[in-house]
Design a protein around this ligand. Sequence first.
Ligand code: NAD
Length: 671
Amino acid sequence: MSVKENTKAFKELICEGIPDFLPETRPYDPETNHAPKRKEILTPAEKKLAIENALRYFDPKFHPILAPEFYKELNDYGRIYMLRFRPSYEMYARPISEYPAQTKHAAAIMLMIQNNLDPNVAQHPHELITYGGNGAVFQNWAQYLLTMKYLSEMGDEQTLVMYSGHPLGLFPSNKNAPRVVVTNGMMVPNYSKPDDWEKYNALGVTQYGQMTAGSYMYIGPQGIVHGTTITVLNAGRKISKNGEGLEGKLFVTSGLGGMSGAQPKAGNIAGCVSVTSEINPKAAYKRHEQGWVDEIIDNMPELVTRVKLAKANKEVVSIAFIGNTVDVWEQFYAEGIFVELGSDQTSLHNPWAGGYYPAGHTYEEANQLMVDNPERFKEFVQESLKRQATAINKHAEKGTYFFDYGNAFLLEAGRAGADVMSDDGLTFKYSSYVQDIVGPMCFDYGFGPFRWVCGSGKDSDLEKTDAIAARVLELMKENSPEEIQQQLGDNIRWIKAAGKNKMVVGSKARILYADGEGRVKIAKAFNEAIALGEIGPIILGRDHHDVSGTDSPYRETSNIYDGSQFTADMAVQNFVGDAFRGATWVSLHNGGGVGWGEVINGGFGMLLDGSASSEKKLKSMLHWDVNNGIARRSWARNDEAIFAIKRAMEEESKLKVTIPNKVNQDILDQL
Ligand SMILES: NC(=O)c1ccc[n+]([C@@H]2O[C@H](COP(=O)([O-])OP(=O)(O)OC[C@H]3O[C@@H](n4cnc5c(N)ncnc54)[C@H](O)[C@@H]3O)[C@@H](O)[C@H]2O)c1
């Protein structure tokens, strides 16, 4: 029994689903970080349709009460969250054995869903938003309740079908099929503009699942710390003139939200001074309390003095500035503070609805304006982006290495008319972190954000899995080629320090960049340890931001240069291929990271229970899940991927991939 509550009551409540009585209304909790009010988008007739849609979940006898209540929510918040139905029990990932389920696979999914909605993990927990401002697990609480009920009932020959948060139902399938198939935001292509999300989400028929929110695979900012550390570390290597590290160098960026909150920690691990601006004080204090950022400063003069001192003393320190990032870029230039590394992690995938706060306006003013006068708000955002880009350009002239953090900063700044294009007019002045760093150094070799969660909920299991993973990587490093020695070395250092860095928020989870070989070997070793009773069940997964999972021309596939970066075959093939190779659940999303309509991405979850069946599935699925992307990157003529796929073919005789023929540039020049 959990110490936090009476487990029996919890189990009964899960099995009950949507209650057959009306629970008490829940007061608005001002202490919680709430989603911004979404803009008015529906016509009066469409609002009625939204209410009709919402009432589908409830017995008609409750409609007279719920109809005006939901109508009020729609008017007050721009969405119907069905707040009265938010469960009374605490929301957090319980040990897998505490879930009422017919199959452990369903219990694993329930654990991950609760983790994604845990107030310590989720950005706007009452609105069912995990991260990124609009990354939803469900659209409303009725969907949550019904999904958990279905999961508690499902057997291992049934599959739950999830349409953008809505559980369509349990369908007969077979033991080897995924237990859950999730799609989020799949639209007929012409209906994928940002306002289409606003409208169809307000109607209650689709949602923005981000990457790991709507696929139940978010593990808090730790998931991103590792990738961010790799990025900052390698950005540091790029600017290093004599092999020196980042001591005394300054990294200026913004955002202390879901993913961006990892930046200060990554800056510390990489060994620099970092300044991360955050306009929302609640977000900044939350990260400070969690120990993710060392110091908080809310006024510019103090910030300037502190940063000068930290640089002079070569301190390793992370500073959160409560204010607008534009002011920091401008003021640091005026003060002559040299910024060695720069980036931005505001949520520009969602520029008009709270993802980016324009300079010159307080947080509250901006929130009001985006609802009262969305057109004017958009103009302010665009002016602010132009100011920010101008300031960054001035720093870059002095030698700052600025990189786009895959948040659509350059895309939106360019659209706003900022001077961010190169002379050829086709590409941006600055590279994205994928083009320069993560693409060629990681994804093309198959390295990506593999992760696992300990189903037991025990710290000791996490320690044991860390040790197992470190052992596997060390053995691999002894016999691996020169090309991947540095990556393996970085990852071994990471996993050995991971426990000490205390990054767990929510479930007992670990992230580790690993390649195809590493993922299979680590997973196999976990499965063996489970079979021996050394650890409990393990849930495997990954970020969608990976080798094969995501087609996104300005991010994951921005280092694909054969034109296919605008296609999405890879992500769709990956989702389908994972499904029939043994994933416990699979997901496919429109929009994630860079915005609705800008990306297709998918992922999986897989429960390891120590069985022979788990071993068979992990080998088959993880191999595909990495090599699909390497093969595509190789076909796009990326040398690192050609190297990696040839190596994979040597290891596995059943793998046969078409290798591209390269053309001598002279032949093309003669055309
Ligand atoms: N970390 C990564 O590895 C990674 C990778 C790819 C893309 N991204 C992108 O980074 C963005 C951020 O992700 P997130 O999950 O942290 O989103 P988030 O919405 O949780 O956090 C963004 C934060 O930026 C703050 N902010 C907005 N405008 C600001 C401004 N002008 N000045 C100062 N602060 C401002 C917001 O208040 C918010 O807290 C997203 O677009 C995401 O897709 C991150």
